[in-house]
Design a protein around this ligand. Structure first.
Ligand code: GLP
Length: 241
């Protein structure tokens, strides 16, 4: 794993955006695996800025997002589809019909998860998979467990994740208790993995991801086995490394 040290959140965001930009410039029809959460917002803002300056062209890019809350429709302000639209897709020239986020409202969710996996596989898996990391070491919504997950699946969120994500909802009761997430095996199929992390709250998870034992109790630790993983993290997130 290559570790890139950033001074602070802005520096991390620009470095992450630079790496994503390089991917788009080198392969205009690349497949991006995209993430939500507070961490990538600054990188998405930077990408939008560069797009507006004429430096980036998303017209041939397609994307697959990691996860979505179960029970939230795409127009719900806390859904991850809405997040992607408002933070990135609505501001660049990406063809939205080529942007995919798991369907939080799928009734036959097992079929929907299988179809999502088949679509990611048919696309050849992401050229670059962007990841944040949860305070407990989760990636996507793959929570600590006794095994690593494979494909897209339904997840029961842990109390710590529900609490961490409640800051974005009016009350903790509104946070969905379940989500759909791409599996760890699917994530590992990406050709390059780019993890972004900032802030002291991530320090233990970042340490365990990079230097702890490879164990499903810290799902991000499996990234040690991926041959092309880059971590961009600020000083606080690296403070335990
Ligand atoms: C959320 C998302 C993850 C994200 C992580 C960290 O639960 N499902 O994809 O990486 O938690 O979020 P944040 O960037 O807001 O700290």
């Amino acid at each position: 794993m290559t570790i890139v040290r950033a001074h602070d959140y802005n520096d991390m965001s620009r470095k992450v955006a630079n790496i994503i930009s390089a991917q788009i410039i080198l392969k205009p029809n690349c497949v991006l695996g995209l993430a939500t959460g507070s961490t990538p917002i600054g990188a998405y803002q930077q990408l939008v800025e560069w797009y507006k300056k004429g430096d980036l062209d998303f017209s041939q890019v397609s994307s697959y997002n990691l996860d979505e809350y179960r029970g939230l429709a795409g127009d719900h302000p806390q859904s991850y589809r809405y997040f992607m639209d408002t933070n990135l897709f609505d501001h660049v020239n990406i063809d939205k019909s080529k942007t995919f986020v798991p369907d939080g409202m799928a009734e036959d969710y097992e079929a929907a998860c299988a179809a999502y996996d088949a679509a990611v596989a048919a696309a050849g898996y992401p050229d670059l998979q962007l990841l944040g990391i949860g305070n407990n070491g989760h990636i996507g919504f793959n929570e600590p467990d006794d095994h690593f997950s494979r494909g897209t699946h339904l997840v029961d969120l842990t109390e710590s994740t529900i609490e961490a994500n409640s800051r974005l909802f009016d009350s903790i009761d509104e946070v969905p208790r379940q989500a759909f997430s791409m599996g760890v095996q699917t994530i590992m199929n990406a050709k390059m993995i780019l993890v972004a992390a900032n802030g002291e709250k991530k320090a233990q998870a970042v340490h365990d991801m990079c230097f702890g034992p490879i164990t499903p109790s810290c799902p991000a630790s499996i990234l040690q086995l991926h041959t092309n993983t880059v971590l961009v993290a600020d000083e606080e997130a690296l403070s335990k490394c």
